[in-house]
Design a binder for this molecule. Sequence first.
Ligand code: GDP
Length: 243
Amino acid sequence: MMRIIESKYITSAINQSGFPDTIWKDFAFVGRSNVGKSSMINTLTNRKLLAKIANKPGKTRLINFFEIKYLAHVQGCFGLVDLPGYGYARVSKSEKEKWQKMINLFFQKRQQLAGVIVLIDIRHELDPKDIVMINMLKDLKICFMIAATKCDKIPKNKIHGQLKKFLNELEKKDVQSEIASDKASNDSLSSLNEPSIDKIYISEFSSLKKIGINKILQWIEMIICSETTRGKVIIHDKECLDA
Ligand code: GDP
């Protein structure tokens, strides 16, 4: 099982010229504002303020890059990329278009991008912008998983039903799906198959109750280990944070 042992903020960028020239696979996090993205990044990395360091006022429209050192069967690094949130009611149409362009450019140009975690509040309906996002990912053949956040806010016995509801909506849009089973929290990856762009993985998550951490890390590990997904070379055993 993968464990994150160190994380640090690298840089923030507005376009390709500002993207860091790293040599490991990137995983991007995206979702509506307030969905719990910063909390998730802090929870996964076990750092109280990591996401906030980059998200100082005025920096929230930027793409923030982090370097994550992990230990699994080997030690390695991956990039964590915090994409700007979407769905501010007060944001103008042109701001929204700018946002969409920025995200699309990132998805297209970032060669290191190996996977995307799309965050959705488990209590809410899918937002049209979530669908726009998922369609962009499908078109560009980028692996993604859905994390249904704040699952502590609904009764435990309603969680599975909510996940199923999201999947039904997406299946209507012709996408195969799979709920990450509890087996996924075992040490092996046996319940997760090879990553596939034709299949959606979904899992509940709570930063408050620390639920779902292993499912996300396992999905990341599966893609890191895969030779078939997009994303630039990964260098195992690299002492990335010591440099
Ligand atoms: P972001 O805008 O997507 O980065 O969202 P934040 O991480 O800043 O969280 C937005 C609000 O939701 C904050 O008030 C958090 O305390 C709250 N929140 C985030 N994650 C959880 C969670 O797992 N459970 C609960 N109950 N609240 C959460």
